[in-house]
Write a protein that binds this ligand. Structure first.
Ligand SMILES: C[S@@+](CC[C@H](N)C(=O)[O-])C[C@H]1O[C@@H](n2cnc3c(N)ncnc32)[C@H](O)[C@@H]1O
Length: 426
């Protein structure tokens, strides 16, 4: 057995692990600790810049340590910060955003992190595995493929929570021993939209089990896809899988991106609308199914651009024939073919909300443009700061950044950054 050492946690690092120094100077990343904790740890796997260490004994608790809200905490990999007070986590997230900006020599006002409540996550990806007659349904363990069975999850919205137990029964009709699948659940107005991700195409038995399950639990739709990169095929449809954006119902494609929490979406939309309130022509880039498009269309003409053709079709169908909603939509890969300065000249404001790799090509093009306001929504502060640097070097002023705690009790941070440029264009 490896020796243990006693250390004090000095801070929490970017991935949410406590940071300490071993007596020999090695930096230690200690999961599930808070600043001020005195812990006995066993050092393990090397990690860039140091080593991961596991707590063997909590000797004295830091003042911000709290009891976890979930019985599965620490085994389930879904949450990693339940042991730290909510106020401390929110302030830590704000500090992480400041640090990411400072890393790119950017200074601006970073607002206090906007909190979101538990029990309202409307999208979840559950793993399910069968071993003999035993079905494990839940989330993967931290840094592992192991499925941790979860009966209750304080993060999930009630409509998803209610399905955890019935889904296990449905899984038993669907899986062979030693087989795994994923269930992707999205709460919509028409009921839960379920995507079954399993390598084997469903046979007649699974189709009829899915139909019975959908009827019994009032699901909107069940689809199947072989893997997360593939398109989903419809298995059963009972109701329109609609989500309402800016008062407009949008029938979302199976497995499409929507913001995970309605409260976080409302906070992001509020910030984006406030930043673009004076704009009359807005481009909504990386538009998804229109979470920003339709709220923006309450005060502006909006052009939505997105690479997912089904999402663009959903926006176009929702906008079609609605009086007072001036929305156009375009399928386009913005990494390969960003909107260039001549196209951008049509807009008073641009909203962009790229995936984690960010929007380098579009930021480079925006930097050369005369668009007055850019509202940049991001789920990755590192790529946000990289793109923000490009915009600032192109003459934009980063007016403010607002972090949003969309992914409760995890190290993820969502944010909105608002940029403006004074131009002599008009
Ligand atoms: C973080 S989501 C935001 C979606 C939407 N704004 C929302 O809030 O629901 C990012 C979106 O960018 C799209 N996307 C990813 N890569 C893209 C690319 N290269 N060009 C255009 N859109 C892309 C994805 O399909 C996804 O809908």
């Amino acid at each position: 057995m490896t020796d243990t050492i006693e250390v004090t946690i000095d801070a929490v690092g970017a991935r949410g692990d406590g940071l300490a120094r071993a007596p020999d100077g090695t930096a230690l990343f200690v999961p599930f600790t808070v600043p001020g904790d005195r812990v006995r740890v066993r050092s393990g796997q090397a990690r860039a810049g140091g080593a991961v260490a596991e707590v063997v004994e909590l000797l004295a608790a830091g003042s911000e340590r709290v009891a976890a809200r979930c019985a599965h905490y620490a085994d389930c990999g879904g949450c990693s910060l339940q042991h730290w007070s909510d106020a401390a986590v929110l302030e830590w997230k704000r500090g992480e955003v400041r640090a990411a900006l400072a890393h790119r020599a950017l200074e601006t006002a970073v607002a206090p992190t906007l909190a979101t409540p538990p029990g309202e996550r409307r999208r979840a990806r559950l793993a399910v595995r069968r071993d003999g007659d035993a079905i494990a349904l839940g989330f993967r363990a931290r840094a592992s493929r192991r499925v941790v069975p979860v009966g209750r999850c304080p993060v999930l919205a009630p409509g998803l929570q209610m399905l955890l137990v019935p889904l296990r029964e449905f899984a038993s009709a669907m899986l062979r021993s030693d087989e795994e699948a994923q269930f992707e659940l999205t709460q919509t107005e028409g009921g839960v939209d379920l995507v079954i991700e399993r390598a084997r195409r469903p046979g007649a038995d699974v189709v009829s089990a899915a139909a019975a399950f959908a009827r019994a639990h009032r699901l909107a739709r069940v689809s199947w896809r072989a893997d997360s990169a593939g398109d989903a095929d419809l298995v059963v449809r009972q109701a329109a899988a609609e989500v309402v954006f800016g008062g407009v119902p949008v029938e979302i494609p199976a497995g499409a991106f929507i913001q995970a929490s309605p409260a976080a979406e409302a906070a992001l939309v509020g910030e984006v609308r406030a930043a673009t309130a004076k704009a009359r022509r807005v481009a909504d880039l990386f538009a998804g199914c229109g979470a920003f498009t339709f709220p923006l269309a309450l005060h502006a003409r909006v052009h939505a651009v997105e690479s997912n053709a089904a999402a663009v079709a959903a926006i176009a169908a929702a906008a079609s024939g609605r009086s007072g909603v001036s929305v156009t939509a375009e399928v386009r890969d913005l990494e390969r073919r960003p909107l260039m300065a001549d196209e951008l000249a049509k807009y008073d404001a641009v909203v962009l909300d790229p995936p984690r790799p960010g929007a380098r090509a579009q930021a480079e093009a925006l930097a050369k443009s005369a668009v007055r306001t850019v509202a940049y929504v991001s789920c990755d502060m590192g790529t946000f700061a990289r793109d923000a640097r490009l915009l600032v070097d192109g003459g934009y002023v980063l007016q403010r950044v607002v972090p949003v705690d969309q992914f409760l009790w995890s190290a993820h941070v969502e944010l909105v950054g608002v940029f403006t440029k004074e131009t002599r264009r008009r």
